[in-house]
Ligand binder design. Sequence first.
Ligand code: GDP
Length: 498
Amino acid sequence: MKKNKATTSNITKRPPIVVVMGHIDHGKSTLLDYIRNSNNVTKEAGGITQHLSAYVVNHKTKDGSEESITFLDTPGHAAFQKMRLRGADVADIAILVVSAEDGVKPQTLEALESIKQANIPYIVAINKIDKPGADIVRTQSSLIENEIYVEGMGGDIPWIGISAKVGTGVDDLLDLVILAADLIELNGDVSAPAIGQVIEGEVDPKRGNTATLLIKDGTLKSGMFVVAGHSFAPVRIMEDYLGKSVKEASLSTPVGLVGFNTIPPVGSPFYTVKTKKEAEAAIAKKDQPAIISHERSLLPIVPILIKAGTLGAIDAIEHELSKFTSERITVRIIGSGVGDITANDVQNVSATKNSIIVGFTVKVERQATDLAERLGVEINTFDIIYELSDWLNTALKNRTPKMEEVVVTGKVKILKNFSIQKNTYVLGGRVEEGQIKMQQRVRITRRDIEIGKGTIKNLQQYKSDVQKVDEGEFGMQLETKTEVAPGDYLEPFDIVVT
Ligand code: GDP
């Protein structure tokens, strides 16, 4: 952050940027909805624009001061966890939502890890206190057990019991947010050119490449150019979180900006320059060859092309996919893009064997369907992330190669060699462990070293043919090319396919 004017009066207090994190179903979305809906501005405007994944509320504290708070509002599904986790890097303060019914859960800890990595203060909101099963004391214990030392329990992490559904404690929670913000003294220079982060990117069918930017410092004004990654855009069509056109935006404000040459990567920092020339020069400097890492792997690969409505969703799907890579299968993302699935997409992936196109909240063009059928490309589209996860589970399982496992069922000592004819031995043996069965394959070992393999062609015990022998001495016919002698061992095994 450039602060060469730090001594002038341009430095002002900056509203906190807040991310709500926590385990799935603990009430993050409900809390974000409650806060948004109880804010007058949004009520009058009748809801915020879909893809501006942040909003601003005005909060009047108990002391009577009017404060602004910016909330990151990423979708609430499990697959969007990554976006939420990344939120910690953008935010100044986190609210860690923990259900008073369930206590700390795996994603609570995952969220905590992100908060710690981002090194931002956080407040624990013990949620769902209106529910009969709510138990604040037990929840506190579960927090302590996980080294989240809340105030009043030997620690200094502020916490509050809330009901995101009915609103109990939410005002106090916002007071705590303001208190935490005051402690870290957030400020910015409104006279500086804006810097910040890209929090969402999408192709608007009517307007082209748009992105949501969050201004961390400075002011973004009409006529400037924004540079993010390899993308740039003129500040011409700019909107606030209500979709209202604005000419200027400043500290901690989310804005939608239309007109990027390419969609900037979500999470990338942006800065501002005065002219298009400067913007182009800045990008040219960055255009160095990318480093590609080669994974040398013999695992079967499932190549996947992702098409989704927004860049953030692509990220989320990638996160979801990464969970499916197992010891037996590798998911490789061969491409991704924002927009509907086209014949061109099908054509592109058809070069890669067994590839799948996964679409999330997008349509499949007719020609694409036809071509996919002809070229044998699998296309699957979803609107709900859970469906996507379920489908992935089955699709990948179906493609997982079967693994053969050798299960040794017993151990037999060879006592006597009665006769040999071609490759068939007539032997006397004794079961020392487990059992031996007809037609079973056996490993032949001598002093614990495998010397060959064979197949059991006949088993006899007490002068009758039997299907298996569990104990005692018995006679057998063993077919093998290995020379077998008394004292050798046989280890009968089955091949189990899993
Ligand atoms: P998220 O996955 O963390 O975003 O969780 P949601 O906000 O979707 O909440 C999961 C479920 O818990 C929903 O059915 C909510 O209505 C419910 N819920 C969330 N907060 C509360 C609360 O304070 N009280 C009650 N009774 N239900 C809640």
